[in-house]
Design a protein around this ligand. Structure first.
Ligand SMILES: [Zn+2]
Length: 229
């Protein structure tokens, strides 16, 4: 086990459940500690449509792909059961950082410090964005105007409670004005791309399980942390 200092995501109630499973492996990224400029570099704006069938990704899950330089990246489809709306996931990630469970049969030896995770959500891109040109409080840090294809249209399109907020396991968050009479249309898209900074193995009470999992992580070229949560 390399003694590497990493910046952990926070352990707290999440949409995907309050407890991480003992003996499972998680990929983490401390999105909650980024400054606004670094955060903007991770946000994919406008989100890039993603054809799930073409990519052969299950409805919830990850797969890898190599880029032209031979670096392995992941695509990770965020489940709508845990995160019905894209902003539910992003808001939690801004509060707690990102923590994603990686399936047991994953090829960890393909991960390098250059690897990234492309996060996908079924409702990440508002396709009838032109109808949102009427929203007076629209704003986008990269300069998109109201009505253009833009990640931030989600702040106007996302369903909300009567008081204009949504409730998630990590707390409430506010939304912006709605476009009266408009039913938002969405498509699945890549909305966030983050580095793979480190992996976490959540300690199992049976040392043999930890040993077996650490063996599988032995050839990962990024830091591995054994943690109690
Ligand atoms: Zn924008």
């Amino acid at each position: 086990m390399p003694a590497t200092a990493v910046t952990r995501a926070r352990v707290a109630p999440r949409g995907c459940g309050s407890a991480r499973t003992q003996g499972d492996i998680y990929l983490e990224f401390a999105l909650h500690l980024l400054d606004p400029a670094a955060l903007m570099a991770c946000l994919v704006d406008p989100p890039i449509p993603f054809d799930q069938r073409l990519w052969g990704v299950p409805s919830i899950g990850v797969r890898t792909f190599p880029d032209l330089d031979g670096v392995t990246h992941l695509v990770d489809v965020v489940g709508q059961d845990a995160y019905p709306e894209t902003l539910d996931f992003l808001t939690e990630a801004l509060r707690l950082g990102i923590s994603r469970k990686i399936p047991g049969d994953f090829a960890f030896d393909e991960l390098t410090p250059q690897s990234t995770v492309r996060l996908i959500h079924a409702r990440a891109l508002v396709t009838n964005h032109a109808h949102f040109s009427v929203c007076p409080d629209f704003s986008c840090p990269v300069g998109h105007q109201a009505g253009e294809a833009c990640f931030h249209t989600l702040h106007h399109a996302t369903p909300r409670d009567e008081d204009g907020t949504r409730t998630t396991p990590s707390g409430r968050y506010p939304l912006r004005s709605e476009a009266p009479g408009v039913t938002p249309q969405y498509t699945m898209a890549n909305f966030l791309t983050v580095p793979v900074s480190h992996l976490v193995l959540v300690r199992h009470p049976d040392p043999a399980v930890n040993q077996r999992q650490l063996e599988r992580l032995r050839h990962a070229r990024i830091p591995v942390v054994l943690a109690d949560a």
